[in-house]
Write a protein that binds this ligand. Structure first.
Ligand SMILES: O=P(O)(O)OC[C@H]1O[C@H](OP(=O)(O)OP(=O)(O)O)[C@H](O)[C@@H]1O
Ligand SMILES: [Mg+2]
Length: 179
């Protein structure tokens, strides 16, 4: 698996350090409240698990599964809901946890949906932001790292469902996805 990586872009230590900083910021933002923290599966599951451990306010958690990339490196533009929330978001302070914002299509769809369900507030924390990929104008309130225009894998990010379990984020060798 490591042999398929061209370059490690962000190390495990750098990721964990940045998550501790995000946790501290979010604990301040939500002081005195109990946000509903929503993990966007599958990509965000590792970030979600590490992030909630460094948030010091009480949180409720729920999970949604959506997919728009399938086995490719380009968004299909169609966001498919594979699993919806179990919890009502009405009147709740919702924090969406994403691994990456690329085209922005996944998040713009989710934000509209949660606002349509009358959440009291909807904010986004993303570990990675790739502004060069944007198809819609959208920014997260909290961002871990701004990353360059390359297809990345690791720390939750997959290519064709592989590489999510790498503890760092790296650039995949182009010959892997041009096979
Ligand atoms: O900004 P966008 O261009 O919409 O891309 C970002 C989304 O794409 C990835 O999910 P994917 O659809 O690959 O599903 P996965 O999380 O199961 O890998 C990623 O986890 C984000 O949710
Ligand atoms: Mg994916």
């Amino acid at each position: 698996m490591q042999n398929d990586i061209q370059e490690i872009l962000i190390s495990e230590e750098e990721i964990q350090q940045r998550i501790r900083e995000l946790g501290a910021q979010l604990s301040k933002e939500y002081a005195g409240r109990t946000p509903l923290v929503i993990c966007v599966l599958k990509g965000a599951f590792i970030f979600m698990a590490d992030l909630v451990k460094v948030i010091t306010v009480p949180v409720e958690m729920d999970f949604m599964a959506v997919s728009s990339y399938g086995g490719t490196t380009k968004s299909s533009g169609v966001v498919k809901i594979i699993k919806d929330l179990d919890t009502s978001v009405e009147g709740r302070d919702v924090l969406i946890v994403e691994d990456i914002i690329d085209s922005g299509l996944t998040l713009s769809y989710l934000i509209d949906m949660l606002q349509g369900r009358n959440a009291a507030s909807v904010k986004v924390v993303t570990l990675f932001d790739k502004p060069s990929g944007r198809a819609v104008n959208l920014e997260a309130e909290y961002t871990g790292f701004v990353i360059p225009d390359a297809f990345l894998v690791g720390y939750g990010l997959d290519y064709a469902e592989l590489y999510r379990n790498l503890p760092y984020v790296g650039v995949l060798k182009p010959e892997i996805y041009s096979k």
